[in-house]
Design a binder for this molecule. Structure first.
Ligand code: EPU
Length: 421
């Protein structure tokens, strides 16, 4: 298995460009299932998860092709599909579950493997299923699969309130409602920019959707949608990860191609920790302090501080001049990186949902093991800041969400390489 080797302690300087958002590309590709014909999704990142989504649609009978530069995804949806997402694919990528809404809405049936738990928590999909049932789907759980069908043939508009905010749940039910008969009102919706981007993609297909990005989404169902041609938004979590790299002591990094308003909660915390962050044409420039200030952080759904940035923020606070408290409210088990950061000399204790991070003057390189996608990114950042050599093992986690991170960091001066096993 590949590993990333980082020779730390070199301040990063320069500019890095953000790729398209993984979590916007995945539902946009799934949305193709809502209409027969030739679809194009642009600005797609070249990532393992995007390839998995392509394999999933190919399994259903779609013709899936990527452009030579790997950033445009073509999908031809035939007149009938095999409405199934098998366990072999869903277990490698939970986000596969976003095919459920489109399959049910367009084809009236779906067989989708239950994703099961993962490294960061139990992650049930009960809200996806409740929302789809409210639209008229009949759902059974059998042999590890969600077996769903629409007895009337077409879903029917409804009013539904999510018990808790869920990003892919909102996306699934919104996609299903797009083809339902009549009006759907969804309340307590996730307000993440990826939901707003998906609504924009659906509108390009002819869907009538208002309110995405707010608590209440209103959908006027239409009978038919046309093929999609949509460019996904920049990846705010990749952008945030590079901003964090620039906020490390002595660094000066400009992140181009990002959307600053989507990064406000993070930027506020970087400033609180002593980094200088300013808008420059085309992006954000961040300069790290000599030593970060301790800062408390609490994750929350958008527009709060993103859970997907919690591990990376922890790295900065590991080096602060004092103690910080990081509280994770979105997932129940998202502190797997703590044990690995301890190996690098960090001083952290976890008390329930809160990690108490007592800053140390320096980290020291060591071999560490990635447990999930964002934890891996945090370990790379920690390696950049640490003295000596850090080896990050299980890089496949990183490759699910970051497009060749070592090739993006190297031009900034990072001494980083991928060692092929
Ligand atoms: N939840 C339920 N029931 C549901 C759905 C969610 O209880 O039916 C709970 C979850 O267990 C969790 C909370 O609600 O505690 C929020 O989960 P959400 O459904 O919003 O997460 P998701 O849609 O599965 C997306 C991103 C994640 C990101 C979260 C939170 C995609 C493909 N994934 O997951 O991204 O952490 O939203 O913002 O959009 C990543 O990219 O590394 C990643 C994990």
């Amino acid at each position: 298995m590949d590993k990333i080797v980082v020779e730390g302690g070199v301040p990063l300087r320069g500019s890095v460009r953000v790729s398209g958002a993984k979590n916007a590309a995945l539902p946009a590709i799934a949305a193709a299932l809502l209409a027969e014909g030739d679809h194009v999704v642009r600005n797609v990142p070249d990532l393992a998860d995007v390839r998995t989504m392509g394999r999933l649609l190919a399994h259903m009978g779609c013709a899936v092709e990527r452009s030579a530069d790997r950033h445009t995804q073509h999908v031809r949806v035939p007149s009938t599909v095999k409405a199934e997402a098998p366990y072999e694919l869903v277990k490698t990528m939970r986000a596969s579950v976003v095919v459920l809404g489109p399959l049910l809405a367009r084809w009236g049936r779906a067989r989708v493997s239950l994703p099961g738990g993962c490294a960061i928590g139990a992650r049930p999909i009960d809200q996806h299923l409740k929302g789809l049932a409210a639209l008229g789907a009949e759902i059974r759980l059998e042999h590890g699969y969600v077996e769903a069908q629409v007895p009337r043939g077409r879903l029917r508009g409804t009013t539904f309130t999510f018990d808790g905010q869920t990003v892919t749940g909102t996306e699934n039910v919104m996609m299903a409602a797009a083809l339902a008969e009549g009006r759907t009102i969804l309340r307590n919706c996730a307000r993440e920019p990826e939901v707003t981007d998906l609504a924009a993609a659906l509108r390009r297909m002819g869907a009538r959707i208002e309110g995405a990005g707010q608590d209440e989404i209103r959908v006027e169902g239409v009978e038919r949608l046309r093929p999609l041609d949509h460019a996904v938004i920049p990846d705010r979590i990749e952008a945030g990860t590079f901003l964090l790299a620039g906020a490390l002591p002595g660094c000066d990094v400009t992140v181009t191609g990002c959307t600053p308003p989507e990064l406000e909660a993070l930027v506020e915390k970087l400033r609180a920790a002593g980094a200088e962050v300013g808008e420059v044409p085309g992006g954000l420039r961040v300069r790290g302090p000599a030593r970060p200030r301790p800062t408390d952080v609490r994750t929350a759904p958008h527009p709060g501080f993103p859970t997907d940035m919690q591990a990376q923020m922890m790295v900065l606070l590991c080096l602060a001049d004092g103690s910080s408290r990081i509280t994770e409210t979105v997932f129940e088990n998202r502190f797997m990186h703590v044990q690995e950061l301890l190996r690098l000399g960090a001083d952290i204790t976890v008390e329930g949902k809160t990690a108490v991070v007592r800053g140390v003057p320096a980290l020291s390189g060591a071999p560490v093991m990635a447990s999930d996608l964002r934890a891996s990114a945090a370990l790379v950042l920690a390696g950049l800041a640490a003295r000596g050599t850090t080896e990050v093992l299980r890089v496949y986690h990183l490759d699910r969400g970051y497009e060749r991170i070592e090739e993006k960091l190297e031009p900034l001066g990072a001494r980083i390489s991928r060692v092929r096993a």
